[in-house]
Design a protein around this ligand. Sequence first.
Ligand SMILES: O=P(O)(O)O[C@H]1[C@H](O)[C@@H](OP(=O)(O)O)[C@H](OP(=O)(O)O)[C@@H](OP(=O)(O)O)[C@H]1O
Ligand SMILES: Nc1ncnc2c1ncn2[C@@H]1O[C@H](COP(=O)(O)OP(=O)(O)O)[C@@H](O)[C@H]1O
Length: 449
Amino acid sequence: MPKECRRKTSKDLGLSGINEGSRSERRSAQKSSSQICNERIHQTPSPESAPPTLMETRRVPQVTITPEGGGTSREMQQEDWDDAVDGTLRRKLSNSSISSTGSSAVESEDDLLSDNESKSKGIVTLEHLVDPGEPKPWWKLKTIVHWPFSATQRRKLNWVQLAGHKGNFKAADEGTILKKFSENEMQCFEKLRGDALLPFVPAYHGVVEKDGESFLHMADLLANFDLPNVMDCKMGVRTYLEEELVRARERPKPREDLYRKMVEVDSEGPTPQEHSQRGVTKPRYMQWRETMSSTNTLGFRIEGIKKCDGTCRTDFKKTRSKQDVIQVFSDFVGGNVNILKSYLNRLAEVRQALKMSEFFKRHEVIGSSLLFIHDRTGNAQVWIIDFGKTTALPEGQMLHHDIPWQEGNREDGYLWGLENLIHTLESVNVQETEEETCCSSTKENTQMT
Ligand SMILES: O=P(O)(O)O[C@H]1[C@H](O)[C@@H](OP(=O)(O)O)[C@H](OP(=O)(O)O)[C@@H](OP(=O)(O)O)[C@H]1O
Ligand SMILES: Nc1ncnc2c1ncn2[C@@H]1O[C@H](COP(=O)(O)OP(=O)(O)O)[C@@H](O)[C@H]1O
């Protein structure tokens, strides 16, 4: 069937109605959502109780950690943002020089990953912790959770891991997975039990332990999808904890692995000093990642995408401009207006839940992602994942999540990023007639023996 060529934005198709709160704001300003998104980057902040949409990104401080210790702080200037939004960042930090040639979204096609390759992210095969034939009971319960697995269920799982550390996940009983234990994340799951965010996080089944190694047992969000398309968006304007900054300042540890990762993307990234020592500190690397991608300018970034045709890309480190992000989103939804609508609906629900959530008010949410999953049946969902670096604030303290971060205030820019994410998704062009998104019907996220 010939494809309809006339392309429309989601707004033309009435999708912006989903986003009620911000629609009236847009109407009153008589501006398109794309304008708004760009303008937010330049707007000055309204007073303390500003609505979540207004955040002055010009004042996101760039705290630079030098190997000698002693952080220096520099506020981003107007020209930095001007450069950032037009896609050519040419700014210099106090001790570094960064250049970019634009989005990798159109540059690299070399990222078809499998677990045979050295890269840690992509399509993986999850193993169980023991050989399928092992006869003895080997699980030691650490919490009240009853270990439900039987030997016959110990199979390998074809899975998708778009971010995070290699080997962090194991297969578990059907529809569930194990993630390497983190005290922080465990506490978050426990606290989320009675919270408004509960419907948006993977169901949590407790902690299990084997041979001294502990795991968080949770729902496999891919389990109910047929050949899923998956996208990981890391939320917030900052991806490292304030305490990581403090630690790096007190005991700076230049890391060669991070230096190598930086050079791989931009040989001009490291400063002369970092080149000579072949090392960069963690916060320095994280800040560089934030400025190269859309984290600082939009409050979220794309980490990886796996499509139903089996292709997988995690080469988004330089996808920064709003236009580039729109292009990637557009490709991800494959012009399917219903998928786009479902995602926008779900994001509106997530936003609503975040505003209600007691947990969210009292936690600094760093490095957490929104996981988008859809398939050809039209099923499309968004989930909040990864609480490994989500930390509770001292008693009585609360965050806005939509005001600028300054060292000490622990703000993460999560809500601001979500607003921008919604507006960016609303700007995606969709075709008037639905395009077949792809793929045959073989079940992909399956348990294999
Ligand atoms: O994405 P790239 O450029 O590879 O950088 C990674 C990610 O930021 C990881 O975050 P995530 O796990 O959310 O993907 C982070 O782990 P943390 O979350 O532990 O900070 C890694 O720190 P190290 O593990 O210290 O290298 C850092 O090297
Ligand atoms: N519950 C889940 N269901 C399905 N996929 C998941 C789930 N949790 C994580 N993932 C996948 O694993 C990747 C890494 O997850 P994450 O929790 O961020 O790990 P880490 O803490 O190591 O960064 C995500 O990008 C996603 O592809």
